[in-house]
Design a protein around this ligand. Structure first.
Ligand code: OGA
Ligand code: MN
Length: 288
């Protein structure tokens, strides 16, 4: 096995090559991929020919897969382990996922099982744009002052499904169902990576407030932490090609789908989600 590692930006992200991930992958290769992933947070494989079965089989080598019961409308009927993110209309209706991911977030933060990682495969893309950005939340944590590290260590971020981008553009009945499935939930504001031990800020544009504080009190700190984490020097911007499999660690990365493309052009992606640990406690919606 000869795995090549090519850095994609200064803060995070590498392209891995030399391993046929659509075929048989041995334990040594899995360990090498995992080590690169833990170190660089986002790993990219190019020119991969994945079927749903192969996508699922490769993903499973890294842990148990979520069946996406928290967002049941967006999974494939035959493959609940695959979430479909597309702007291609369904049964003559606009796709419910056409605006997915348009603000900075970590996957499934609004559930009691925030995602460990996600593996997104591009099957169709517009001629220009449709990029995705990633930022390094471990690096953002390390760059905080000791005083601020002490402050965030004491906080629980409350995630509110209402703050998922594009909620207002979805079918109201489906949204009511999703809000019921996913009430506001508080998670530690500092997430510790179970493999590497790295600490990372766990706040995003989907955090409404800190538990025990008002929305108004929390907003300046949430805004600061998001702005600090998403500074250009802490970001990798992925320009998709069909056949890319991009894998990110939701414990150390936030991401955002840019929507910088002609919406009449089809974009189609399939995602597996590696299950994280159970976490959090349900709270009341934030008070202004
Ligand atoms: C996701 C997501 C990003 C994209 O799949 O979790 O946020 O670019 N999508 O489609
Ligand atoms: Mn996402």
């Amino acid at each position: 096995m000869e795995m090549q590692v090519k850095q994609l930006s200064h803060a995070l992200g590498v392209e891995l090559s030399g391993i046929d991930i659509a075929g048989e992958v041995n334990e040594v290769e899995v360990a090498a991929i995992r080590a690169a992933w833990n170190e660089h947070h986002v790993i990219v494989f190019r020119d991969v020919d994945l079927t749903p079965d192969r996508h699922i089989a490769f993903s499973r080598r890294f842990g148990a897969l979520d069946d996406h019961a928290s967002t049941p409308h967006d999974r494939l009927a035959d493959y609940p382990q695959l979430l479909e993110i597309t702007n291609i209309p369904k049964n003559g209706l606009p796709s419910q996922t056409r605006n997915t991911g348009r603000n900075w977030h970590s996957d499934y933060s609004y559930t009691n099982r925030p995602a460990a990682a996600s593996m997104l495969y591009c099957t169709e893309k517009p001629p220009v744009g449709g990029d995705t950005m990633f930022c390094n939340m471990a690096r953002a944590y390390d760059d905080l002052s000791d005083k601020m590290k002490g402050i965030v260590a004491d906080l629980q971020s409350v995630y509110d499904f209402n703050l998922v981008s594009g909620v207002g553009k979805r079918d109201p009945q489906k949204i009511a169902e999703l809000l019921k499935l996913n009430p506001p939930i508080a998670h530690p504001c500092v997430r510790i990576h179970p493999d590497s031990g790295a600490k990372a800020i766990y706040v995003s544009e989907r955090a409404s407030h800190f538990d025990g504080m008002t929305i108004a009190e929390s907003a300046p700190l949430i805004n600061f932490l998001c702005a600090h984490a998403t500074l250009p020097e802490n970001v990798y911007r992925h320009q998709w090609r069909v056949g890319d499999l991009v894998c990110w660690d939701n414990r150390t990365v936030m991401h955002m789908a840019l929507g910088d493309f002609d919406q009449t052009q089809p974009r189609h992606m399939l995602r597996t989600t590696l299950q994280g640990e159970k976490s959090g406690y349900v709270v009341e919606p934030g008070e202004k």
